[in-house]
Design a binder for this molecule. Structure first.
Ligand code: BES
Ligand code: ZN
Ligand code: ZN
Length: 496
């Protein structure tokens, strides 16, 4: 194709011109991988890519979004999006990032209509990934801001009519928004009772079974882990069980158990002040299982699912549990609380017991459980522990599709030794050692051997202070997409 001679003049003006110099028509999106010099977009791709390769501007600028008008053969304004900007992501996640960035660009530049062309080797999965990026871009937690985020009214057009399941996308993102809103909410406004009420509202809306145990019901039913952790706060602890019992074809019942510490001060084993505010997100697991059951109900998946929220506030108080205190778990094992900051595992064992009593065949628990997993895997990868190769593989594969990376960690019994206590049957910490593994091994003591169980430690990935991928600050809801996808696979005969 002929190159436009004076494209350097365009370059100078591009920045100020982008507020509509093309008029009201749509802006065309061109997705390409700059490093690989490869078009992701189909159609006019070859010619445009040639232009990209020939253009000094594009080659020397690292900016991902730009507009170049190519006259003569291609006269539309084109928004270039480099899908290869981030390293280490798979193609679907690159597309999510591209969707996210192009939506942000449209918002910042008051563009009304974006035309998204077909992709090379197009598929509904790829389209869906771009759409997910757009959805991620529209989230804002601004209820405490006096000036609200103004949602831009951008219209996204796809250049053809490939079938995309918009309802599923919407269901998923109302779940993601719900989980993020709960996680971002400050601890003072989101106590166990408040979460229980929100869960009740959701159960009513979707016609789900719900059982809320407050202090007296927890006492009656011997759920002493949650009670022990919640003793230091005037805000009562609770266990919420929501049951979605679709007419299901198979003999499976999936329990989702979430850690719901609405704030974790550490208790008497008090945490230091550094970033302690982030511990408002210590109920991420509970928020995610609640949102997951909402999405599953909305999608009417043919499988039985129970979501169990283990809710308590961990703080020092007159009646707070003391280091050295011993209590008896529902299964009869005595537990010494050597460190009150290792509280997540204490509330989770009650949830795991409840799951078994409900007749679960598969249990997935999800928890911001240990700082150790954050040190081991950082802020991009979640820790996965499982007694079942099949379940672990399903989770890893689902995660890969969803843009949530999981790494399977060992559950080696050799490390269980450290959990033995001199006075009680077990203690809640070990003397050093691999903290994320020993926490998982502690949980394993309370899971029946014949159940398929996976434990997801999301302490490193649940919350981002400075932004990660398609989250600017705050809750990521990491794990929700994976769980919904796993349940989808189990409901679709995709069993292992
Ligand atoms: N909620 C924390 C884990 C956590 C750490 C979540 C960082 C998110 C980010 C958990 O209750 C905790 O305090 N764990 C202790 C356990 C230790 C006392 C054995 C930890 O990891 O330090
Ligand atoms: Zn803690
Ligand atoms: Zn905690």
């Amino acid at each position: 194709m002929k190159r436009k001679k004076n494209h350097s003049a365009d370059k100078k003006n591009a920045a100020k011109e982008h507020s509509g110099w093309w008029g009201d028509g749509p802006v065309f999106v061109f997705l390409y991988d700059k490093r690989k010099k490869e078009a992701i977009t189909n159609g006019k791709a070859k010619e445009i890519l040639q232009f990209v390769n020939d253009s000094e501007q594009v080659l020397h600028e690292s900016e991902a979004l730009r507009i170049i008008r190519i006259n003569n053969e291609y006269s539309h304004p084109v928004l270039f999006v480099d899908t290869g900007k981030e390293v280490g992501l798979n193609l679907l996640d690159h597309l999510r990032m591209a969707g996210y960035r192009l939506a942000k660009w449209a918002e910042n530049n008051s563009v009304k209509t974006l035309m998204i062309p077909p992709l090379k080797d197009d598929s509904p999965k790829k389209r869906n990934a771009i759409l997910q990026g757009l959805c991620h871009a529209s989230y804002a937690f601004d209820k405490y801001k006096s000036k609200k985020h103004e949602k831009a009214d951008v219209e996204y057009l796809f250049a053809d009519d490939m079938e995309i399941d918009g309802n599923s996308l919407q269901a998923l993102f109302s779940g993601i928004d719900l989980a993020k809103n709960l996680i971002n909410e400050p601890g003072c406004n989101l106590t166990p009772g408040v979460v229980a009420n929100i869960a009740k509202g959701i159960a009513q809306k979707y016609g789900l079974g719900i059982k809320i145990r407050g202090e007296s019901e927890l006492k009656r039913d011997n759920y002493n882990g949650i009670l022990t952790v919640g003793r230091g706060s005037k805000n009562q602890p609770a266990m919420v069980t929501i049951s979605y019992a679709a007419k299901h074809k198979k003999n499976i019942r999936i329990a989702l158990v979430g850690k719901g510490i609405t704030f974790d001060t550490g208790g008497i084993s008090l945490k230091t002040q550094d970033k302690m505010y982030e511990m408002k997100s210590d109920m991420s697991g509970a928020a995610i299982v609640l949102a997951a059951v909402q999405v599953i109900a909305e999608l009417k998946l043919p499988v039985a699912v129970d979501a169990i929220l283990c809710l308590a506030e961990n703080r020092p108080g007159e009646n707070a549990v003391l280091p050295g205190d011993i209590f008896k778990a529902k299964n009869g094992k005595s537990i010494m609380v050597e460190n009150t900051d290792a509280e997540g595992r204490l509330v989770l064992i009650d949830g795991l017991t409840e799951a078994a009593e409900l007749g679960a065949t598969h249990i997935i628990d999800i928890a911001t459980l240990t700082g150790a997993i954050q040190r081991a895997l950082g802020n991009a990868i979640g820790g996965l522990f499982s007694n079942s190769e099949g379940l672990a593989l399903t989770i890893t594969e689902s995660g890969e599709e969803c843009g949530e990376k999981w790494w399977k960690m060992p559950l080696d019994e050799e490390y269980s030794e450290g959990l033995k206590d001199k006075v009680a049957d077990v203690r809640n910490i070990t003397d050093g050692g691999p903290g994320a593994i020993t926490a998982a091994l502690f949980l394993k003591e309370f899971v029946k051997k014949d159940l398929q169980w996976a434990h997801l430690d999301i302490a490193g990935v649940a919350f981002t202070a400075n932004g990660y991928k398609y989250t600017e600050h705050g809750a990521t809801a990491f794990g929700l997409k994976t769980i919904v996808d796993v349940v989808k696979r189990y409901s679709a005969d995709d069993l292992r």
